[in-house]
Write a protein that binds this ligand. Structure first.
Ligand SMILES: *Cc1c(COP(=O)(O)O)cnc(C)c1O
Length: 414
């Protein structure tokens, strides 16, 4: 695979080699590689070396890199109008709201710029819902191993002490329960006054690719109905086709009250949305919430183009088929490895759980296999390939991951 070098582009020499910059806050442990170009499931570094992308910008570039229709939508809209503010009507925002509602079963959308903001919006809806009911100290049930973002409220909702360390006092009002355990949740509910909502992911991504059971989601729906709690699904990572359904909760055939999306909605252009139906959709009145950039014409037009392409190319059933194929190949290729504890997933959200820490695999995958992966929760290799990956590309990903893991387990101490 050769680099589609653009002779007119002057590549920035100072970035080659990628020493950590003295001018950037050290919030990230970055790999020492700079990608300069992409196409579909491939990326090229400064030396023209090709890499296969099995992480898609962490579930963002689901149509692959440099998609020509997305590039065209961005360029055309940029020439017309990028931003006017939410003081005025925005046609593309209304269109995207209508499309997302039709796909999700929701009735109204609020647009923002990220997953954390979408969840902040959901949490504000939960608080307002409690306020209207006269709940003095509202509580939201949240899950162990969950991930909802890095703002103060969403990190408090997140079930990972590493995300919270150093940021006390945490935003109050969260009660944590084990994931996918209905008895534990009922127990907590009995002991807690003022519950207004449950917030969870249909598949926990950062938490190690854990899939909630169909029965669990149905039980939650029923409990929320009986108690007038909002069922709020964080579909930021699992949503928009990745699991082989438009939304993860649709596998269980339940309708939440609130749904959040972001990541893949703009294929890399920042956009997020909080969707709601029923009473939750009517909670906000002017003055309750807002965003300067949220739902601007550029981001919303790109969002519409992303949905168009997913529909036209039938990428949702494709993701289901490719996910099954990837899981099958990984299970076959690693079947004789006792150190592989589990291989699980839903659609193109796949996790390989090892019995030992394997964070160094991210670097090894780059250098030894020219492959982009992520490792989450220390021991879980996570794959989130683009939905446009062909069968051959999925097989290539599986082959590289199997070689990587087998090689690693030969030498890595247990
Ligand atoms: C990534 C993620 C978020 C946070 O999204 P940002 O755009 O990084 O703020 C929230 N929830 C889930 C499930 C995620 O995977």
């Amino acid at each position: 695979m050769s680099l589609p070098v653009d002779p007119d582009v002057e590549y920035c020499d100072s970035l080659r080699g990628a020493e950590p910059s003295p001018h950037l806050m050290q919030a990230y442990a970055r790999e020492p590689v700079v990608f300069e170009q992409g196409k579909g499931a491939y990326l090229w570094d400064a030396e023209g070396e090709a890499y296969l992308d099995a992480i898609a910008g962490v579930a963002v570039t689901k149509l692959g890199h440099a998609h020509p229709e997305i590039a065209e939508a961005i360029a055309d809209q940029a020439k017309r109008l990028i931003h006017t503010s939410n003081l005025y009507s925005i046609e593309w925002q209304e269109r995207l709201g209508q499309r997302l509602c039709a796909l999700s079963g929701m009735q109204r959308a609020f647009f923002c710029n990220s997953g954390a903001e979408a969840n902040e919006t959901a949490l504000k809806l939960a608080r307002l819902h409690g306020y209207r009911r006269g709940v003095v100290s509202p509580k939201v049930l949240v899950m162990e191993n969950s991930f909802h973002g890095r703002t103060l409220a969403t990190l408090a909702a997140t079930g990972n002490p590493a995300v919270q360390r150093g940021f006390a006092p945490l935003v109050p009002g969260f009660v944590r329960v084990p994931y996918d355990d209905i008895e534990a949740l009922q127990q907590a509910a009995q002991e807690t006054r003022g519950i207004v909502a449950i917030l969870l992911e249909s598949v926990q991504g950062e938490g190690g690719v854990r899939v909630a059971s169909t029965e669990y989601l149905r039980d939650l729906r029923r409990l929320c109905q009986e108690n007038d709690w909002l069922l709020m699904m964080d579909e930021v990572q699992a949503g928009l086709g990745r699991t082989g359904a438009w939304f993860g909760y649709q596998h269980a055939d339940v309708l939440p009250d609130v749904v959040t999306v972001a990541k893949g909605l703009g294929n890399g252009v920042p956009i997020g949305a909080c969707l709601a139906q029923g009473q939750a959709a009517e909670l906000f009145v002017p003055g309750n919430h807002g965003s300067t950039f949220g739902g601007n014409p550029l981001a919303c037009r790109v969002g519409c183009a992303v949905l168009d392409i997913i529909e036209r190319e039938r990428l949702v059933p494709h993701a289901a088929a490719m996910g099954r194929r990837l899981l099958g190949s990984l299970r076959e290729g690693l079947a004789d490895q006792p150190a592989v504890v589990a291989i699980r997933g839903h659609g193109l959200m796949v996790g390989i759980v090892l019995d030992r820490s394997c964070t160094e695999l991210v670097t090894q995958a780059l250098t030894d296999q020219r492959l982009l992966i992520s490792v989450t929760r220390d021991k879980t290799i996570r794959l989130l390939p683009a939905l446009i990956c062909t069968q051959a590309e999925i097989d290539d990903i599986a082959g590289r991951v199997v070689r990587l893991v087998r090689g690693f387990l030969r030498v890595a101490p247990a």
